[in-house]
Design a protein around this ligand. Structure first.
Ligand code: HEM
Length: 526
């Protein structure tokens, strides 16, 4: 019995051994040899281990672009994270930007479904937050072919020149009145707000024109604040309905105020058309262009332009155009105050071109090479949208040997790219000379400097943005010398854009040959 038992065990052991060998052979020669994909194809990019539920959200901190730059130092230029339940890839090098925004651009051309898109931007019916598809293509085409063309940008040249001079006058008046330090952030916000409003509606708006007792400026700040706010429910989906931060409620409130405002703008345009009270010489604004399109019987677009589309586009233009430009000019002025030799050199360049007897016009600025290098250097160190806007992948993609699942959010850390010592010599130094005689520009051909993004989702307002920034900066340093009394604080604040944490106050002193009024009269008669 015992020996039988032993032999059964022996037989069983033998059988198990044979089975193991069989499984090994099967694995080695059939299963292991068969796969159609190399081993690394399902390998995710490296990254820190996520925590249950929150994933890597806790690692973002108050300044996510800076925290993500630190993670890139540890894990490399492609990092995989889970933000709550959202798979996320963060890239931080020109080579990676080329892979994602050129080679695989069509896969990553969508936007993730965030609360702002739904509750503020007319449920994705704008351009910026629209998901990739026929609708976005049509709306984007409308922007690039009609609203933001070079010709249209050129048609608003006098708007920009007039508004910049108005800002100069206001600063001059303040200095004449003995105001010690001018609130440059306030002046620049008003400037870009007025330019953008005149571009889309032909006029500016005062604080008492909105319903609900909210000022126009306050409405803009609130819209920017909620559009840029972090909403936990966008990442931990089951929390979506609790509106823990109260942001969704704020979005609804400010959306209603904006909607009333946009309705009024459209009505004004329609009434003017009905009454045929148009001044024939008036430059067409963007709402005119959109109404022309809506009224034209032969709309070649599948999307018929309605009021909602016009309102959504106005909202895009306000959010995308106002803060981006003013934030950039504020950073540029701050760097010039910290680097007086750069300010002096730029002033000399402008002066040798136009003297001190007249204001600048846009044509002058195209000849100011050094000034334009200052703008590029500002975009390198202080891109106003440091992670671009989040993209989302639409299908499985393999990049650099890594597996990127569908519906992965893509963040492009242009802030980290601008400070990468493998790309830039002395990256933390503000040194506009690095761009002199170089072809590197902000349109992203070589992917080193992409503050406007690039590819399908790149900024369509790039020429408008650049012309505002260049002219305003040039005129500010042409007309005034600037000084600050104490060391400038260059800390950042993260929102829909990343401005300085503390607004810039600075002391202007008039450096033109004549008083403001005399120069203004010369300009008018000229
Ligand atoms: C200094 C000025 C500006 C900067 C730095 C800037 C930057 C950007 C960036 C980073 C994006 C996202 C790109 C991406 O996700 O890959 C963007 C998108 C966009 N920008 Fe700008 N922008 C500026 C001015 C403007 C202006 C003046 C307008 C319009 C009047 C404008 C309209 C838009 C629109 C409509 C989009 C969405 C494009 C899409 O999703 O298809 N931007 N911009």
């Amino acid at each position: 019995m015992a020996s039988l038992y032993v032999s059964e065990i022996e037989a069983a052991t033998k059988g198990f051994g044979i089975l193991l060998i069989f499984v090994f052979i099967l694995y080695k020669f059939l299963i292991n040899k068969k796969p159609s994909r190399p081993d690394n194809q399902l390998k995710l990019p490296p990254g820190p281990r996520p925590w249950p539920l929150v994933g890597n959200l806790h690692q973002l901190g108050h300044l996510p672009h800076q925290s993500l730059a630190e993670l890139a130092k540890k894990y490399g230029n492609i990092v995989f994270l889970r933000l709550g339940s959202v798979p996320t890839v963060v890239i931080s090098s020109p080579a990676m930007a080329k892979e994602f925004l050129k080679t695989h651009d069509s896969v990553f051309a969508s936007r993730p479904p965030v609360s702002a898109a739904k509750y503020l931007f007319y449920d994705h019916r704008d351009v910026t937050f629209a998901r990739y598809g026929e609708y976005w293509k049509q709306m984007r085409k409308l922007c690039t072919m009609e609203l933001f063309t070079v010709k249209r940008t050129e048609s608003f040249k006098s708007v920009r020149e007039e508004e910049v001079i108005t800002m100069v006058r206001s600063i001059w008046q303040q200095s004449e009145e003995g105001i010690h330090s001018v609130d440059l952030r306030g002046s620049l916000s008003l400037l870009t707000q007025n330019i953008v409003c005149r571009m889309f509606s032909g006029r500016t708006f005062s604080d008492d024109e909105l319903n609900g007792g909210v000022g126009f400026k306050d409405m803009l700040s609130e819209m920017a604040a909620v559009a840029g706010a972090f909403v936990i429910g966008d990442y931990i989906r089951f929390l979506e309905w609790f509106d823990l931060e109260g942001i969704r409620r704020r979005m609804r409130v400010v959306q209603k105020i904006f909607d009333g405002f946009a309705e009024k703008v459209i009505d004004e345009h329609i009434n003017r058309r009905r009454e045929k009270s148009e001044d024939e010489n008036r430059v067409k604004d963007m709402v005119d262009v959109l109404l022309d399109r809506a009224e034209s019987e032969s709309q070649s677009m599948e999307v018929k332009i309605s009021r909602v589309h016009i309102k959504a586009i106005i909202l895009d233009i306000l959010i995308a155009g106002v803060e981006t430009s003013s934030t950039t000019i504020e950073w540029a002025m701050s760097e010039l105050l910290k680097n007086p030799h750069v300010l002096e050199k730029a002033q000399q360049e402008i002066e040798s071109l136009v003297g001190r007897d007249r204001f600048l016009v846009e044509k002058d600025v195209t000849s100011c090479e050094y000034l334009r290098c200052i703008v590029r250097e500002t975009f390198r160190l202080h891109p106003p949208v440091p992670l671009l806007l989040p993209h989302e992948s639409m299908e499985v993609c393999f990049v650099d040997g890594y597996y990127i699942p569908p519906k992965t959010m893509l963040l492009v850390n242009v802030w980290a790219m601008g400070r990468d010592e493998n790309v830039w010599a002395d990256p933390l130094q503000f040194n506009p000379e690095r761009f002199m005689g170089k072809t590197t520009d902000v349109k992203g051909q070589d992917f080193e400097l992409i503050p406007f993004g690039t590819g399908r989702r790149g900024c369509p307002g790039i020429s408008m943005g650049l012309s505002i920034v260049e002219l305003a900066l040039a005129e500010l340093i042409h007309c005034f010398d600037w000084s600050v009394e104490c060391e400038l604080n260059m800390d950042e604040f993260f929102g829909i854009t990343v401005p300085k944490k503390f607004p810039l106050f600075s002391r202007p002193s008039w450096r033109m040959s004549k008083k403001y009024d005399s120069i203004f009269d010369i300009k008018k008669s000229g």
